[in-house]
Write a protein that binds this ligand. Structure first.
Ligand code: FMN
Length: 334
């Protein structure tokens, strides 16, 4: 018997496959399909700081104008019109999902600044979420903002959110920090029980005909996993937090690599959006067959076995390997 069980954010999961935040959690039916296919837990799509603060600005506007309708007040902030459902509907959806499924549900907040909006962390917990993922997606564009200021602000935000919660907190972060292990450790000391590696940045393109900047969304492929794979391997055993690997997990080999690097779970979005929930069943079956063939009894046995501190040649994860890799191309050019 192969044992696929894993623990993440104090949740006992039947396998390491978690549905990452995506539109697949917008409907109860979709989540039920994911559950039926075998997913161990689902991360909800994010509720954004902008949505929450927008709603309260709209409410202020409504209260100060008195006679205006709330709907009109909402249109006063037109840039928000295409966003997801509002914060209250988000909470209602979590309660509804929790009433209808057995798997753990992880709420998701997406924001960058401390403030009143972090109340929603507690509201998400009260709605029944089993844990919360905080996504700190930020692109600095000013030359005056230092990395120290930015990191300090993010640490404060994590502390504020943690203060609202009794359920575990994971922080989904970007790979672009000068000293990632140090920042990861600071996040954990500020209250993160888990780290989600990494946010996938949607890189804008320039349309040279229309002269527009297009923020197009391209789904991932397995190669995208290399970045979180390296950092999972490096952080494993060095920070006191669970690790979730996200970006580029498409098949059972990817799951196995993530586990060996040291992840507690993988979070998958693109593969499920592209090919549907049946992929979960297929990946789980593939994982079991592989484990039988290679005589692994449990996922636990695999976890961290190829991490930076476990491998015979840790330099493979470091700069030392850089020259060797570059030289490996020499023979191709004759
Ligand atoms: C259409 C779409 C919507 C997403 N929405 C969110 C979101 O609301 N919050 C979030 O933290 N990540 C969101 N993500 C990022 C995914 O959760 C995931 O981290 C990322 O896509 C990398 O995983 P993948 O390679 O399996 O797609 C979204 C991704 C896609 C493709």
């Amino acid at each position: 018997m192969t044992d696929l069980k894993t623990k993440y954010l104090n949740l006992n999961l039947k396998n390491p496959l978690v549905a990452s935040a995506s539109p697949l959690s917008k409907k109860l039916d979709h989540i039920k399909r994911l559950e039926d296919a075998g997913i161990a837990a689902v991360v909800m799509y994010s509720l954004f700081e902008e949505q929450i603060t927008h709603e309260s600005h709209a409410l202020d506007y409504f209260l100060s104008r008195g006679t205006e309708s709330f709907a009109e007040a909402l249109t006063y902030f037109p840039e928000m019109e295409n966003y997801n459902v509002g914060p209250e509907s988000y909470l209602d959806l979590i309660s509804k999902i929790k009433a209808h499924v057995d798997i753990p549900i992880i709420g998701s907040l997406n924001g960058i600044s401390s403030g009143g909006w972090v109340d929603y962390a507690r509201k998400i917990e009260q709605a029944g979420a089993d844990a919360l993922e905080l996504n700190i997606y930020y692109i600095p564009t000013e030359t005056t903002i230092t990395s120290n200021e930015l990191e300090n602000a993010q640490i404060e935000l994590v502390k504020d959110v943690k203060n609202q919660l009794r359920i575990p907190l994971a922080v989904k972060l970007s790979p672009y920090y000068s000293a990632l292990p140090n920042f990861a450790d600071r996040l954990v000391k500020a209250g993160a029980d888990g780290l989600v590696l990494f946010n996938r940045f949607y890189q804008p393109d320039i349309d040279i005909q229309t002269l527009e900047v297009n923020p197009s969304l391209v789904l991932s492929n397995s190669y995208d996993m290399r970045l979180p794979l390296r950092w999972t391997a490096i952080l494993f055993g060095k920070v006191k937090a669970d690790l979730a690997l996200t970006s580029g997990v498409h098949n059972e080999q990817d799951v196995i690599k993530a586990m060996m690097a040291g992840a507690n779970v993988v979070e998958i979005a693109s593969e499920l959006l592209e090919k549907g929930s049946k992929r979960i069943t297929e990946i789980i079956q593939g994982l079991e067959s592989w484990m039988v063939e290679y005589e692994y009894k449990s996922i636990k046995q695999m976890q961290g076995s190829m991490s930076h501190k476990a491998v015979a040649e840790p330099a493979a994860f470091e700069r030392a390997n850089y020259m060797k890799v570059l030289q490996s191309f020499d023979h191709r050019i004759g």
